[in-house]
Design a protein around this ligand. Sequence first.
Ligand SMILES: NC(=O)C1=CN([C@@H]2O[C@H](COP(=O)(O)OP(=O)(O)OC[C@H]3O[C@@H](n4cnc5c(N)ncnc54)[C@H](O)[C@@H]3O)[C@@H](O)[C@H]2O)C=CC1
Ligand SMILES: O=C(O)[C@@H]1CCC=N1
Length: 286
Amino acid sequence: MLDADSIAVLGAGKIGSIIIRALSEKLDGVKVIATGRSYETLQNAAKLGAIAIRENRKAVLESDLIIISVKPFHFPQLLKETGFDVWVDKTVVSVMAGVTLSTLQKALEGAEVYRAMPNLNAYVGRSATAIAENGSGYRKNTVDALFKTLGTTYWVPEEYLDVWTGLAGSGPAFIAEIIDALAMGAVASGLNRELAYKAVLDVLEGTALLLRARSNIHPAQLRDEVATPSGTTIRGLTVLESRGVKAALMELVEQASRRSREIGTEVNERVVKELTFMLQQVEKNK
Ligand SMILES: NC(=O)C1=CN([C@@H]2O[C@H](COP(=O)(O)OP(=O)(O)OC[C@H]3O[C@@H](n4cnc5c(N)ncnc54)[C@H](O)[C@@H]3O)[C@@H](O)[C@H]2O)C=CC1
Ligand SMILES: O=C(O)[C@@H]1CCC=N1
């Protein structure tokens, strides 16, 4: 049973619209309200089953649970639009990269806050979503049920969220790049693009299924089973080693994770500035 009659998705962009679609299709009797800046965004959200409106403040006031899916650097502007007197007793889940629970708690006074990191594989119900909570856990089961409509959920300490962002949040982009490179290699060797692309996707899906089916064996074991002495695989692996591809992939995740932490610090500074300004305005108008 969901402990929320009405859910708002603030910022119905790429991830927001996938969330709207999943909530509308998979949860019965829940009202989904979506906001966006452009006519196209609102029209798309309405098509996916949401009540699409322009006013963030109204969306928050009319909802029990709010998902924030604007870009991290648009968060201060969003706060300006909602005001800071609307959050008491609301449950808020941010999917913004980097933005910490402490920043959210400061900005959304009186709300119960969660930070989640899904990925675009949610489109096919296969997001690996990490979620961190900040204390009361009042609507934890509801938050879990919502994100299970996108795939698998993992409840983790907040310190893991930036790494999760660098690995699983950004992951579909990294894997897409590798898929493209492998397909291009096949094209360079004479296979047509269409067949090459199909083959890479089959290999990728099959390898993930195989590793899971064999009780999560270490990938190195599978690699060694494939690599015949003096065969084709070891010739290919030698290229990866000589070009430092493994080290590059390790650094890729480290750098992406670091960027998530940096975004967290930068957004916190901007939010504090915005809140200070908003409080000054309130004092002035007294
Ligand atoms: N794209 C991805 O793969 C993932 C993105 N995220 C996070 O989700 C958030 C959104 O990312 P995307 O969907 O990729 O971006 P996006 O740009 O596609 O979506 C953001 C939407 O918010 C709207 N917006 C901006 N300011 C607004 C305001 N004041 N009021 C209402 N709507 C407003 C924009 O017009 C846009 O439609 C980011 O914080 C990102 O870090 C999280 C996981 C995966
Ligand atoms: O690139 C980004 O910042 C966002 C977070 C995870 C996926 N996209």
